[in-house]
Design a protein around this ligand. Structure first.
Ligand SMILES: Cc1ncc(COP(=O)(O)O)c(C=O)c1O
Length: 384
């Protein structure tokens, strides 16, 4: 459904959905309007269960340990609202966590007297150890929680989360894995990784409709873990969960007031659609996207005479490429690409200098021809 007049190169921020997925969502919406009572009492719950199972299989999590919220930001806000922070407690983030997620932790710290500690993660780590050391060196006996991304947003680094979770868990520290770029983006294995909490967007790399993220809470933390918004059964849960056949955790998150949750009900369709493009299913799709990312990065680096920023081993299907135009405002470059060339691209500031960078994040609808066009367009703008 992408506008054919636009070269859309920013799947990493907001991507397009296959039409079949949007059609599946519309079918749910039609059912709401046909018989809303039936929808909210029966269909909604079944649809959420279907998505929960499909997603659990994809990311290797027990389905019952997953609930759905509108986006990764809401999931982070929900997690922190469920942690009883005390004055002096410490929460560690790093300077490349997503601003909205940091902001929710920051407010919780301000309200409780806890301290937000920001680790100085190198923006272009040369190896896994440098990323791990930057975070682990901030851990103290007051550390309650550490939040880190599977793939950082502005710098596109695939962090060594397996080792981080292992080392933090060994110290008794809780972990919040922000896998906004997670399902459908890179392989995930929640059971093997065993974070305390994890969120991931379905509306990014799974191409589910907008407004759909999961929240995983490890089984031992689910007792008393509640959504930000309480619904009808909140103070009389026992009979309600007996009726619905769900855990209290699932029951409370599955219905949080009348809302359009059709995006969530469509996750199973999105997984099916993405899995149908290639014989090797979503694994092959992820491999192809990463391969195109590396090829596009190399093409842009060659065109601009710059070097790759991070080792390939620390990249998924996203990478940033430096643009040798000191002082050029990233927003201005993005707007010129759109107005003069109809290119929608993510342009971010280089944290290590005053140049802009382009972030590549190819999805199945992108082609190398589009990246060649973007390289020429940027070259023309900066006078290469
Ligand atoms: C690492 C990371 N975390 C969180 C988010 C926020 O996602 P959402 O807008 O769905 O809440 C993003 C969005 O790009 C992200 O890249």
């Amino acid at each position: 459904m992408l506008d054919p007049d636009i070269v859309y190169l920013n799947h990493g921020s907001f991507g397009a959905c296959p039409r079949s997925v949007i059609d599946a969502q519309q079918a749910h919406r039609d059912r709401i309007e046909a018989d809303a009572m039936r929808f909210y009492i029966y269909d909604l719950w079944k649809g959420i269960d279907r998505s929960r199972s499909a997603l659990g299989e994809l990311i290797n999590a027990d389905a019952e340990d997953l609930v759905f919220v509108s986006n990764a930001t809401s999931a982070v806000a929900t997690v922190i609202a469920n942690i009883d922070l005390k004055p002096g407690d410490e929460i560690i983030v790093n300077r490349f966590e997503y601003p909205a997620c940091i902001n929710n932790l920051r407010r919780a710290c301000e309200q409780s007297g806890a301290k937000l500690v920001v680790a100085d993660l190198p923006w272009d780590p040369t190896d896994e150890d440098s990323a791990i050391d930057a975070i682990m060196s901030k851990v103290t006996d007051r550390t309650r929680l550490v939040m880190f991304s599977l793939i950082t947003s502005a710098t596109a680094v695939r962090l060594p989360v397996e080792r981080l979770i292992q080392e933090l868990s060994a110290k008794g520290v809780e972990t919040l894995l922000d896998a906004a770029h997670g399902p459908g983006c890179v392989a995930m294995d929640i059971k093997a990784w065993a974070p305390t909490y994890c969120t991931g967007n379905a509306h990014k790399w799974l191409c589910a409709p907008k407004g759909c993220a999961f929240l995983y809470v490890r089984r031992d933390k689910q007792d008393g873990f509640r959504p930000l918004v309480l619904s009808n059964d909140a103070y009389d849960l026992e009979p309600a969960i007996e009726r619905s056949g769900r855990s209290a955790f699932n029951h409370e998150f599955d219905y949080m007031g009348t809302d359009d949750r059709t995006a969530i009900m469509t996750v199973a369709d999105a997984i099916g659609a993405l899995g149908s493009f290639f014989d090797g299913g979503i694994d092959e799709l992820m491999r192809r996207n990463r391969a195109m990312c590396l090829e596009a990065r190399d093409l842009l680096c060659d065109a601009f005479g710059t070097k790759p920023m991070v080792p390939d081993s620390m990249l998924g299907p996203l990478a940033v490429v430096d643009i040798p135009a000191p002082g050029l405002n990233p927003r201005e470059l993005r707007e010129r690409l759109m107005s003069a060339y109809r290119i929608e691209a993510m342009i971010v500031p280089n944290p290590g200098g005053d140049t802009p960078m382009i972030r590549v994040s190819p999805q199945v609808y992108n082609s190398m021809e589009q990246y060649r066009y973007a390289a020429d367009a940027i070259g023309a703008i900066i006078g290469l």
